[in-house]
Design a protein. Structure first.
Length: 97
């Protein structure tokens, strides 16, 4: 799957226009939310809690055009809870944002 590092910025620019400071602030808020989503997955006590956290991350990612992150969160929803390989790939995708 291709990774487009500009997708998030393009989505934000389309929403708020040419406001670099606002785009930067929203981007930072997005990243904070993504990190909280992954933390919720890691701390999930049940498979249902894992799937719920992964679904939230998938929706958040879709809203911001983070296609790779969205796909990985989708894998997490349909895969086993606390899948270490998925968590590592999610972290790599976040590091690239």
């Amino acid at each position: 799957m291709a990774y487009d590092p500009g997708a998030i910025d393009a989505t934000l620019a389309a929403a708020v226009g040419d406001e670099p400071a606002l785009i930067a602030e929203l981007r930072e808020s997005f990243l904070d939310s993504v990190k909280r989503g992954v933390a919720a997955m890691k701390s999930a006590e049940t498979p249902d809690a894992w799937a719920t956290a992964a679904l939230r991350l998938k929706g958040l990612s879709a809203s911001f055009g983070a296609v790779r992150l969205m796909a990985l969160a989708g894998e997490a929803v349909s895969g086993p809870a606390h899948d270490g390989a998925v968590l590592r790939r999610l972290q790599r995708a976040i590091d690239r944002l």
